[in-house]
Design a binder for this molecule. Sequence first.
Ligand code: HMG
Ligand code: MG
Length: 316
Amino acid sequence: MKGFPKSVRVVEVSARDGLQNEKQALPTAVKIELIDRLGESGLSTIEVSSFVSPRWVPQLADAAEVMAGINKKPAVRYPVLVPNEKGMQRAIAAGASEVAVFAAASETFSKKNSNASISESLQRIEAVMSLAKENGMPVRGYLSCVLGCPYEGDIGAAVVAELAERLAAMGCYEISLGDTIGAGTPFGAQKMLTTVAEKVPMDELAIHFHDTRGQALANIYACLELGVSVIDASVAGLGGCPYAKGASGNVASEDLVYLLHGMAIETGIDLDALVDTGLYICRRLDRIPGSRLGQIAWRKQDFPQEKICKSAKQKQ
Ligand code: HMG
Ligand code: MG
């Protein structure tokens, strides 16, 4: 066991994973302000949007406008998600300097999420990789359903390890292991990560937990113990996947950073600024934050208390 890392790089995915899952598309200006505030709070990697089909994810159809509007800080990386060559061309035209690709460890999820089998999706990734090489762009790889699939149930760790190895061999500098529907628990997460780390070095792996069953922080703690040092998270716990039934928000960035700082693990993030950013986006969404820290701050702020009471009454 490698042991807890001294520092962790948090990959902030709210502007992509979070906003892809909202019923309504938010105004472009709000997305831009969210990303700029995230940059101000000290995050070093902020996923901006995705260049997927606007028919599949209309919420992010303004990816190019968001890219053009953000105030890019020199020390911050701003990757975008791309599903295929067409998305890659759009990302390049929009001035992206880093992209992320995605595949799944479940055939059924792959079909539902990208209208392609796993092997077809790897072929699409090959096409993206060759454009990335031509343009000198680093590529991050996501692997979904690593601890369970909404359609197929359990997924074997060996399948996940083999696909992670394929993505690494194709040139992805890092593989983010996604518990898309938050099905995992700590020992299962450790087993999966240990199996994958036999094929891909731990310092090329990241973890991406959705908190559907309230296990995300426990799973993250278990993976930290094995030495993982890159963790995806989403401010206010926004997130989900429109093509994964039952997927809810990502682990909340604020709660993750609270955990990490409490363990004396450095992140470079200003937690107060991050909590404020969570409140900002929740006001725009007219929603109480999904993060526990955000909920404390929400109760304290001078904000339409009436509204909170009203929605509580409506639920009764
Ligand atoms: P398709 O319908 O099979 O695409 O979708 P196609 O190649 O047959 O093309 C159909 C039309 O779409 C054509 O237009 C293409 O040009 C157009 P037409 O000729 O009919 O006018 N098209 C595009 N337009 C814009 N941008 C593009 C693009 N590609 C094709 N990139 C496709 C295939 C992959 C595009 C579609 O299935 C798709 O966009 N899927 C993405 C779904 C998605 O975004 N899911 C969420 C992200 S993954 C996730 O959240 C998991 C993660 O967080 C990790 C975890 O939690 O596990 C990463
Ligand atoms: Mg996700």
